[in-house]
Design a binder for this molecule. Structure first.
Ligand code: ZN
Length: 280
Protein backbone atom coordinates (compact mmCIF):
# COMPACT_ATOMS: atom_id res chain seq x y z
CA UNK A 1 0.00 0.00 0.00
CA UNK A 2 1.26 3.45 -0.82
CA UNK A 3 1.12 6.04 1.82
CA UNK A 4 2.32 9.57 1.73
CA UNK A 5 3.38 11.33 4.85
CA UNK A 6 3.76 14.97 4.04
CA UNK A 7 4.65 17.64 6.55
CA UNK A 8 3.13 21.09 6.40
CA UNK A 9 6.20 22.97 5.13
CA UNK A 10 6.46 20.72 2.05
CA UNK A 11 4.18 21.75 -0.82
CA UNK A 12 1.51 19.25 -1.79
CA UNK A 13 1.85 17.45 -5.15
CA UNK A 14 -1.24 19.23 -6.47
CA UNK A 15 0.31 22.61 -5.61
CA UNK A 16 3.57 21.66 -7.35
CA UNK A 17 1.64 20.51 -10.39
CA UNK A 18 -0.37 23.73 -10.64
CA UNK A 19 2.88 25.68 -10.24
CA UNK A 20 4.35 23.69 -13.15
CA UNK A 21 1.22 24.26 -15.24
CA UNK A 22 1.29 28.00 -14.67
CA UNK A 23 5.02 28.59 -15.11
CA UNK A 24 6.33 27.71 -18.57
CA UNK A 25 9.92 26.52 -18.39
CA UNK A 26 9.74 25.34 -14.77
CA UNK A 27 9.60 21.63 -15.65
CA UNK A 28 12.37 21.95 -18.22
CA UNK A 29 14.58 23.73 -15.70
CA UNK A 30 13.84 21.10 -13.05
CA UNK A 31 14.50 18.26 -15.51
CA UNK A 32 17.74 19.80 -16.76
CA UNK A 33 19.10 20.13 -13.23
CA UNK A 34 17.67 17.05 -11.53
CA UNK A 35 16.82 14.48 -14.23
CA UNK A 36 18.13 11.58 -12.12
CA UNK A 37 15.27 12.16 -9.72
CA UNK A 38 11.55 11.56 -10.09
CA UNK A 39 9.53 14.43 -11.58
CA UNK A 40 7.87 15.23 -8.27
CA UNK A 41 11.22 15.43 -6.53
CA UNK A 42 12.68 17.52 -9.35
CA UNK A 43 10.02 20.15 -8.75
CA UNK A 44 10.35 19.83 -4.96
CA UNK A 45 14.09 20.45 -5.24
CA UNK A 46 13.68 23.39 -7.60
CA UNK A 47 11.04 25.08 -5.44
CA UNK A 48 13.29 24.79 -2.38
CA UNK A 49 16.23 26.21 -4.36
CA UNK A 50 14.06 29.21 -5.36
CA UNK A 51 12.88 29.77 -1.78
CA UNK A 52 16.41 29.68 -0.38
CA UNK A 53 18.16 31.44 -3.25
CA UNK A 54 20.30 28.40 -4.10
CA UNK A 55 21.60 27.91 -7.65
CA UNK A 56 19.94 24.68 -8.97
CA UNK A 57 22.31 21.92 -10.08
CA UNK A 58 23.22 18.29 -9.38
CA UNK A 59 22.07 16.99 -5.99
CA UNK A 60 23.44 14.19 -3.84
CA UNK A 61 23.40 13.06 -0.26
CA UNK A 62 26.25 13.99 2.09
CA UNK A 63 28.06 10.60 1.75
CA UNK A 64 27.57 10.59 -2.03
CA UNK A 65 29.23 14.01 -2.28
CA UNK A 66 32.13 12.67 -0.22
CA UNK A 67 32.46 9.80 -2.69
CA UNK A 68 32.68 12.36 -5.47
CA UNK A 69 35.42 14.23 -3.64
CA UNK A 70 33.27 17.13 -2.47
CA UNK A 71 32.02 18.10 0.93
CA UNK A 72 29.03 20.08 2.14
CA UNK A 73 29.90 23.62 3.27
CA UNK A 74 29.46 24.54 6.91
CA UNK A 75 25.98 25.63 7.88
CA UNK A 76 24.26 24.40 4.70
CA UNK A 77 20.79 22.99 5.28
CA UNK A 78 19.76 19.82 3.43
CA UNK A 79 16.94 19.84 0.87
CA UNK A 80 13.93 17.64 1.52
CA UNK A 81 12.89 15.04 -1.02
CA UNK A 82 10.25 12.32 -1.01
CA UNK A 83 11.62 8.80 -0.83
CA UNK A 84 10.00 5.42 -1.30
CA UNK A 85 10.79 2.88 1.39
CA UNK A 86 10.07 -0.76 0.62
CA UNK A 87 9.72 -3.01 3.59
CA UNK A 88 9.17 -6.72 3.91
CA UNK A 89 6.62 -7.88 6.38
CA UNK A 90 5.82 -11.43 7.33
CA UNK A 91 2.15 -11.87 7.53
CA UNK A 92 1.29 -14.79 9.76
CA UNK A 93 -2.40 -14.09 9.61
CA UNK A 94 -4.58 -16.03 7.25
CA UNK A 95 -6.04 -14.10 4.30
CA UNK A 96 -9.69 -14.23 3.29
CA UNK A 97 -9.21 -17.66 1.68
CA UNK A 98 -7.94 -19.08 4.94
CA UNK A 99 -4.35 -19.39 3.61
CA UNK A 100 -1.25 -17.99 5.20
CA UNK A 101 0.25 -15.54 2.72
CA UNK A 102 3.82 -15.43 3.92
CA UNK A 103 5.96 -12.48 2.98
CA UNK A 104 4.56 -9.17 1.77
CA UNK A 105 6.41 -6.13 0.61
CA UNK A 106 4.91 -2.70 0.89
CA UNK A 107 6.08 0.72 -0.11
CA UNK A 108 5.55 3.88 1.81
CA UNK A 109 6.75 7.41 1.09
CA UNK A 110 8.55 9.59 3.56
CA UNK A 111 10.09 13.05 3.34
CA UNK A 112 13.72 13.24 4.34
CA UNK A 113 16.05 16.22 4.49
CA UNK A 114 19.36 14.81 3.30
CA UNK A 115 20.18 16.21 -0.14
CA UNK A 116 22.52 19.04 -1.04
CA UNK A 117 22.87 20.92 -4.32
CA UNK A 118 26.35 21.18 -5.84
CA UNK A 119 26.43 24.90 -5.01
CA UNK A 120 26.16 23.98 -1.31
CA UNK A 121 29.35 21.93 -1.59
CA UNK A 122 32.99 22.49 -2.45
CA UNK A 123 35.89 20.31 -3.51
CA UNK A 124 36.85 18.46 -6.67
CA UNK A 125 35.57 19.73 -10.01
CA UNK A 126 32.37 17.93 -11.00
CA UNK A 127 31.98 16.35 -14.44
CA UNK A 128 28.90 17.59 -16.26
CA UNK A 129 26.22 14.93 -16.70
CA UNK A 130 24.53 15.15 -20.10
CA UNK A 131 20.73 15.09 -20.27
CA UNK A 132 19.76 11.57 -21.38
CA UNK A 133 18.28 10.94 -24.82
CA UNK A 134 14.73 9.66 -25.06
CA UNK A 135 13.23 7.12 -27.48
CA UNK A 136 9.47 6.66 -27.96
CA UNK A 137 9.54 3.07 -29.26
CA UNK A 138 11.77 1.94 -26.40
CA UNK A 139 9.42 3.62 -23.91
CA UNK A 140 6.34 1.88 -25.32
CA UNK A 141 8.10 -1.52 -25.41
CA UNK A 142 9.33 -1.14 -21.82
CA UNK A 143 5.87 -0.12 -20.61
CA UNK A 144 4.25 -3.00 -22.50
CA UNK A 145 2.15 -0.63 -24.59
CA UNK A 146 1.53 -1.63 -28.20
CA UNK A 147 1.27 0.97 -30.94
CA UNK A 148 -1.48 -0.10 -33.36
CA UNK A 149 -2.75 1.35 -36.64
CA UNK A 150 -5.10 4.28 -36.38
CA UNK A 151 -8.47 2.92 -37.50
CA UNK A 152 -10.81 5.67 -36.38
CA UNK A 153 -12.86 7.35 -39.06
CA UNK A 154 -13.30 10.44 -36.91
CA UNK A 155 -11.09 13.02 -38.59
CA UNK A 156 -10.94 15.17 -35.44
CA UNK A 157 -9.61 12.33 -33.34
CA UNK A 158 -5.88 12.70 -32.71
CA UNK A 159 -5.41 9.29 -31.14
CA UNK A 160 -6.92 6.72 -28.84
CA UNK A 161 -6.03 4.25 -26.11
CA UNK A 162 -7.60 0.80 -25.61
CA UNK A 163 -6.39 -1.51 -22.87
CA UNK A 164 -2.62 -1.45 -23.46
CA UNK A 165 -2.80 -0.32 -27.07
CA UNK A 166 -2.52 3.19 -28.41
CA UNK A 167 -2.94 4.65 -31.88
CA UNK A 168 -1.91 8.05 -33.15
CA UNK A 169 -3.65 9.70 -36.10
CA UNK A 170 -1.01 9.81 -38.90
CA UNK A 171 -1.94 13.44 -39.45
CA UNK A 172 -2.09 14.35 -35.75
CA UNK A 173 -1.04 17.95 -35.18
CA UNK A 174 1.40 17.11 -32.39
CA UNK A 175 2.13 13.36 -32.62
CA UNK A 176 4.49 13.39 -29.62
CA UNK A 177 2.00 15.16 -27.42
CA UNK A 178 -0.75 12.74 -28.48
CA UNK A 179 1.54 9.77 -27.80
CA UNK A 180 2.20 11.03 -24.26
CA UNK A 181 -1.50 11.72 -23.74
CA UNK A 182 -2.58 8.23 -24.89
CA UNK A 183 0.26 6.48 -23.03
CA UNK A 184 -0.82 8.60 -20.06
CA UNK A 185 -4.36 7.17 -20.24
CA UNK A 186 -2.86 3.66 -20.15
CA UNK A 187 -0.39 4.35 -17.33
CA UNK A 188 -3.01 6.20 -15.26
CA UNK A 189 -5.13 3.07 -15.35
CA UNK A 190 -7.97 4.68 -17.32
CA UNK A 191 -8.09 2.00 -20.00
CA UNK A 192 -8.22 -0.74 -17.37
CA UNK A 193 -11.05 1.02 -15.55
CA UNK A 194 -13.07 0.61 -18.72
CA UNK A 195 -13.26 -3.11 -18.02
CA UNK A 196 -14.99 -2.68 -14.73
CA UNK A 197 -18.62 -1.76 -14.62
CA UNK A 198 -18.57 -1.40 -10.85
CA UNK A 199 -16.52 0.72 -8.50
CA UNK A 200 -15.44 4.30 -8.67
CA UNK A 201 -14.20 5.62 -11.97
CA UNK A 202 -12.39 8.86 -12.64
CA UNK A 203 -14.82 11.42 -14.05
CA UNK A 204 -14.38 11.89 -17.78
CA UNK A 205 -13.12 15.45 -17.55
CA UNK A 206 -10.69 14.67 -14.76
CA UNK A 207 -9.33 11.77 -16.84
CA UNK A 208 -8.61 14.13 -19.70
CA UNK A 209 -6.88 16.61 -17.40
CA UNK A 210 -4.79 13.80 -15.90
CA UNK A 211 -3.72 12.52 -19.34
CA UNK A 212 -3.03 16.03 -20.60
CA UNK A 213 -0.98 16.84 -17.49
CA UNK A 214 1.12 13.72 -18.14
CA UNK A 215 1.63 14.97 -21.71
CA UNK A 216 2.64 18.41 -20.39
CA UNK A 217 5.20 16.98 -17.97
CA UNK A 218 6.67 14.72 -20.67
CA UNK A 219 6.73 17.34 -23.46
CA UNK A 220 8.31 20.01 -21.33
CA UNK A 221 10.84 17.73 -19.58
CA UNK A 222 12.06 16.43 -22.92
CA UNK A 223 11.90 19.83 -24.61
CA UNK A 224 9.37 18.63 -27.19
CA UNK A 225 6.71 20.74 -28.84
CA UNK A 226 3.21 20.60 -27.36
CA UNK A 227 3.67 21.86 -23.81
CA UNK A 228 2.00 25.19 -24.61
CA UNK A 229 -1.08 23.42 -25.95
CA UNK A 230 -1.35 21.14 -22.89
CA UNK A 231 -0.86 24.12 -20.60
CA UNK A 232 -3.72 25.99 -22.27
CA UNK A 233 -6.08 23.03 -21.97
CA UNK A 234 -5.29 22.43 -18.28
CA UNK A 235 -5.41 26.12 -17.35
CA UNK A 236 -8.77 26.41 -19.03
CA UNK A 237 -10.03 23.40 -17.07
CA UNK A 238 -8.59 24.78 -13.83
CA UNK A 239 -10.26 28.16 -14.20
CA UNK A 240 -13.57 26.51 -15.00
CA UNK A 241 -13.17 24.54 -11.81
CA UNK A 242 -12.39 26.47 -8.69
CA UNK A 243 -10.54 29.45 -10.12
CA UNK A 244 -7.05 28.30 -11.07
CA UNK A 245 -5.94 27.05 -7.71
CA UNK A 246 -4.50 23.75 -6.66
CA UNK A 247 -7.74 22.63 -5.02
CA UNK A 248 -9.06 21.90 -8.49
CA UNK A 249 -6.70 18.95 -8.90
CA UNK A 250 -7.17 16.26 -6.25
CA UNK A 251 -3.92 15.40 -4.45
CA UNK A 252 -4.38 11.76 -5.46
CA UNK A 253 -4.65 12.74 -9.13
CA UNK A 254 -1.50 14.86 -8.87
CA UNK A 255 0.40 11.90 -7.42
CA UNK A 256 -0.86 9.64 -10.21
CA UNK A 257 0.11 12.22 -12.84
CA UNK A 258 3.68 12.59 -11.56
CA UNK A 259 4.07 8.83 -11.32
CA UNK A 260 2.75 8.12 -14.83
CA UNK A 261 4.87 10.85 -16.46
CA UNK A 262 7.88 9.62 -14.56
CA UNK A 263 7.36 6.04 -15.73
CA UNK A 264 7.01 7.15 -19.37
CA UNK A 265 10.15 9.31 -19.26
CA UNK A 266 12.28 6.71 -17.48
CA UNK A 267 11.12 3.92 -19.81
CA UNK A 268 12.35 5.80 -22.88
CA UNK A 269 15.77 6.82 -21.64
CA UNK A 270 18.51 5.40 -23.80
CA UNK A 271 21.19 5.55 -21.11
CA UNK A 272 21.38 3.12 -18.19
CA UNK A 273 19.35 4.26 -15.25
CA UNK A 274 21.15 5.21 -12.10
CA UNK A 275 18.91 5.34 -9.13
CA UNK A 276 19.74 8.08 -6.70
CA UNK A 277 16.69 7.97 -4.52
CA UNK A 278 17.67 5.16 -2.21
CA UNK A 279 18.86 5.26 1.38
CA UNK A 280 22.58 5.89 1.36
ZN1 ZN B 1 -7.79 11.65 -23.73
Amino acid sequence: MERNTQSTDIPKWAALLVEAVNKPGLILEAYSAFHNYSLGNQLLALVQCYLRGIQPGPINTFPKWQELGRYVKRGERALTLCMPITRKRRDEEANSNGEVDGEHTFTSFVHRARWFVVSQTEGQELKATPIPQWNAEQALATLNIERIDFDSTDGNCQGFARKRQIAINPVAQLPHKTLFHEAGHVMLGHTAEGDFADGETTPRSLREVEAEAVALLCCESLGLEGAAYCRGYIQNWLTQGTGSNSDAIPEKSAQKIFRAADQIIRAGRTEPEQSTETEQ
